[in-house]
Design a protein around this ligand. Structure first.
Ligand code: ZN
Ligand code: ZN
Length: 83
């Protein structure tokens, strides 16, 4: 089951479970659409994998299996290249 993380790892923008702006990789690294397009070019900076739109969990299921509230943020803000 997906964690549905609450924020973008790059810019820390809120990505609520019903957001269509949330993009995830196969490890559930989570980014917003603008970081994915403008900064990351569709690739996860953590694992190099593909970023795809996170599916929306139906509201009834969300009540039963709530989204994660644990914010994950990369140590380099804005996903700056590590040096
Ligand atoms: Zn972002
Ligand atoms: Zn990843």
């Amino acid at each position: 089951m997906l964690e549905l993380r609450p924020n973008c790892e790059c810019c820390n923008r809120d990505l609520p479970p019903q957001s269509t702006e949330a993009m995830i990789c196969t490890y559930e690294c989570t980014f917003c659409r603008s970081c994915t397009d403008a900064v990351l070019k569709g690739r996860c900076p953590n694992c190099g994998g593909e970023l795809v739109r996170r599916p929306i969990r139906p509201a009834a299921k969300l009540a039963k299996h709530p989204a994660s509230t644990q914010r994950v943020l990369k140590p380099h803000p804005g996903c700056a290249p590590q040096s």
